[in-house]
Design a protein around this ligand. Structure first.
Ligand code: ATP
Ligand code: MG
Length: 304
């Protein structure tokens, strides 16, 4: 027992040391599955690297680790020089990725783990990985507000904030509201909400079809007083690009790529307006005044 406690404390120390060398730590979450968290994570990462940032991506979706495919490195395998510290996979210069996918012998094998195992895997992914100096650590999560999100928040108490992804559809927005309240209850600042799949761009005429509706995410932000980061339309071609590991955000002439780039730019330039960390559950969020011009939230400082 003493050994376990000592090992836990030693790992805590390693986690602190790793995190001290990383700038912004951002958790990407959603209430509903399949709304585009991994798409947002991967594209923001590529866009930030294009801007010259050093970016790490931590995949905490242990049951469905998809970032490896989307970064085009699904066959990469974890490597360790000393048997204790893992070297993250670098699909491109400036980008480091850690995912359970790199440790699985059989990509078809299900990962059947309870909370404690997930907790220790995520702690290992932070403390026992040679992340080095990073400007950003983007943390992709599975849907919901469960073990993985809780472990991330508890292991990284200085989390810069959460980005919540939703589609405009009512059921997705309902679940996204839970993610907002999860962040508030855990004292995590909300960087903002992204409305993904916000209209389908017709590949023939270029007009938008409101497949999942439109504006549901933006409206939720107004209702709940949280910043709105932007809307990303659905586009034919994006899923195929992701399956083949092509950086969609770098493809020209696509409204969804432009929207993702604009969001990355807003986050990196510091104009993204986040709610304060200590937002009380029912209180009014406070915003950085410099961000008020672009913020869509309904807070008192913006109304001035
Ligand atoms: N804007 C978009 N246009 C077209 N396809 C999209 C868009 N966003 C996401 N997709 C596609 O929708 C599917 C789900 O996206 P993604 O895997 O990013 O969601 P997720 O929220 O991470 O899912 P999960 O909850 O399973 O982790 C993928 O096939 C992806 O390629
Ligand atoms: Mg995902």
């Amino acid at each position: 027992m003493a050994d376990n406690t000592d090992e836990y404390a030693a790992q805590d120390q390693r986690i602190r040391e790793r995190l001290d060398r990383i700038g912004r730590k951002i958790m990407i979450m959603s209430g509903k599955g399949g709304v585009g968290k991994t798409t947002v994570t991967v594209n923001l990462a590529n866009a930030l690297v294009d801007m010259g940032c050093r970016v790490g991506v931590l995949d905490t979706d242990l049951h469905g680790p998809n970032v490896a495919v989307m970064f085009g490195c699904k066959d990469a395998k974890l490597f360790s020089d000393d048997g204790a510290t893992f070297i993250p996979i670098e699909p491109r210069k400036g980008l480091k990725v850690m995912s359970l996918a790199f440790a699985l012998e059989d990509p078809d094998a299900p990962v059947i783990w309870r909370g404690t195992l997930k907790n220790s895997a995520i702690r290992q992914f932070i403390g026992d990985v040679d992340w080095g100096e990073l400007d950003y650590l983007l943390i992709d999560t599975p849907p919901g507000t469960g073990d993985e999100q809780l472990t991330v928040c508890q292991t990284i108490p200085e989390l810069t904030g959460s980005i919540i992804v939703t589609t405009p559809q009512e059921v997705a927005v309902l679940d996204a509201r839970r993610s907002v309240n999860f962040s508030r209850k855990l004292g995590v600042a909300i960087i903002g909400v992204i409305e993904n799949m916000s209209g389908l761009v017709c590949p023939h005429c270029g007009k938008e079809i409101p497949l999942f509706g439109k504006g549901g995410g933006r409206k939720m932000c107004q209702d709940m007083h949280v910043p709105f980061l932007g809307a990303i339309p659905m586009e034919v071609g994006l899923p195929e690009a992701e399956d083949s590991g092509v950086a969609w955000v770098e493809q020209a002439g696509h409204p969804s790529a432009d929207a993702l780039k604009a969001i990355a730019n807003e986050i990196n330039s510091g104009t993204a307006c986040s709610t304060a960390r200590d937002t009380s559950f029912l209180g009014t969020p406070s915003c950085r005044p410099s961000a008020c011009a672009s913020c869509t939230s309904d807070c008192p400082s913006r109304k001035k």
